[in-house]
Design a protein around this ligand. Structure first.
Ligand SMILES: [Zn+2]
Length: 364
């Protein structure tokens, strides 16, 4: 069973993340394990420590060159019957009747342990698994997952191990993460290389884009013209941006303060919600809570008595990771409000300021 999520993306600078995204988008980019984990978490995936089962799969028969490999089988050979039987007694203590569902690390789970006489001597044969510390990697919904086995157990020949390279092969073949990474880079490039086009423009205090301003007869300051909403960072929502009608960020922090207030509210809501989930009297939860735009999907304790605990745990972790993202965004807007000072409107032909990027940089 996977445990609580461990964060690898905290403390990674935007510049470093950018180079990791580039690696992911590139068909042959290579990675260190913790870097793959960081970029996956940046894209909303989950990485948790878990225990993996590696099949016992080496069978040694006879002497010299006579090695034979069998899938998920092991065998040990002894000079005397007495030695073999003593070993048999010990290996029998590790025997289980089926594949373990909650394996403990550094333990062997054997099946079919038996004594065998071979033309070469005395042997104990068995099937089964070694339980090893591993990593579980899962998509945001938890439906697509991969278990990454450690390299340090790779010393046995032909073991069914999975290396970071194999994880990358899987990501490139079975997921759309490289495309997502490319999209993020392109969006960021656009933002970085944007130039101020209009004479009367300013930064929307909500979506932080450089947009046109208009003078309103009853307003003391110029305000943002109508535009659709596109959140910085991630996520897109159609409709009217909340910043429309407010002065630009250069002249006032009023609109940015509204976003901050809303984010503070969301942080509180997530915290309260998690508190509720931890209550022992809880009997149901909405699997889609805090998935904006998703219809509620209620899970009740009565309908899944056996799976209730793991499902609830998984749900708590998902909401926690959502809470992490909201807090991250809150920190950026808090920085924008706290450090706000009046400044000149953008000059046409000059590069626009990436305010969201600045906020990320200063709140890491
Ligand atoms: Zn806006």
């Amino acid at each position: 069973m996977p445990q609580a999520e461990k964060r690898f993306d905290e403390g990674i600078t935007p510049l470093k993340m950018r180079s990791l995204l580039r690696n992911l988008a590139h068909p042959y980019g290579s990675f260190k394990r913790q870097d793959i984990f960081a970029v996956l978490q940046h894209l909303g995936w989950h990485v948790r420590p878990t225990v993996g089962l590696q099949p016992v799969n080496l069978r040694y028969e006879g002497t010299g060159a006579a090695w034979r490999l069998h899938e998920a089988r092991g065998a040990e050979d002894y000079r005397t019957e007495k030695d073999a039987l003593r070993r048999l007694d010990f290996l029998k203590t590790l025997e289980v009747s089926k594949r373990p569902t909650d394996p403990q690390p550094d333990r062997a789970y054997l099946m079919d342990v038996r004594y065998e006489e071979t033309p070469y001597g005395h042997s104990v044969t068995f099937g089964g698994w070694n339980a090893v510390e591993a990593w579980s990697v899962a998509d945001p919904s938890g439906s697509h997952s991969f278990v990454l086995m450690p390299d340090r157990h790779a010393r046995i020949k032909k073991r069914e191990r999975i290396k970071p390279d194999d994880l990358m092969k899987w990501i490139r073949k079975d997921t759309d993460l490289p495309a997502q990474a490319k999209k993020l880079i392109d969006e960021h490039d656009q933002q970085r290389h944007a130039v101020v086009a209009d004479t009367d423009s300013g930064t929307c205090g909500v979506c932080l884009r450089n947009l046109k301003l208009e003078e309103k007869r009853d307003a003391p300051l110029p305000v943002m013209v109508f535009h659709g909403y596109k959140r910085p960072g991630g996520g897109h929502t159609k409709g009217r941006c909340l910043g429309v009608g407010y002065p630009p960020y250069e002249l006032s922090s009023e609109a940015t303060q509204l976003v901050l207030d809303s984010l503070e509210g969301q942080v509180d809501a997530v915290n309260k919600y998690i508190e509720g989930l931890l209550s022992p009297s809880l009997t149901e939860f909405d699997e889609n809570a805090f998935q904006y735009g998703a219809k509620p999907r209620i899970v009740t304790k009565a309908s899944v008595p056996d799976l209730w605990k793991p499902l609830l745990q998984q749900h708590i972790e998902r909401v926690r990771s959502r809470g992490f993202a909201v807090r991250r965004e809150r920190d950026v807007f808090l920085w924008l409000v706290r450090t706000w000072k009046k400044q000149p409107l953008p000059t046409p032909g000059k590069q626009t300021v990436d305010w969201y990027g600045e906020g990320l940089k200063h709140t890491r």
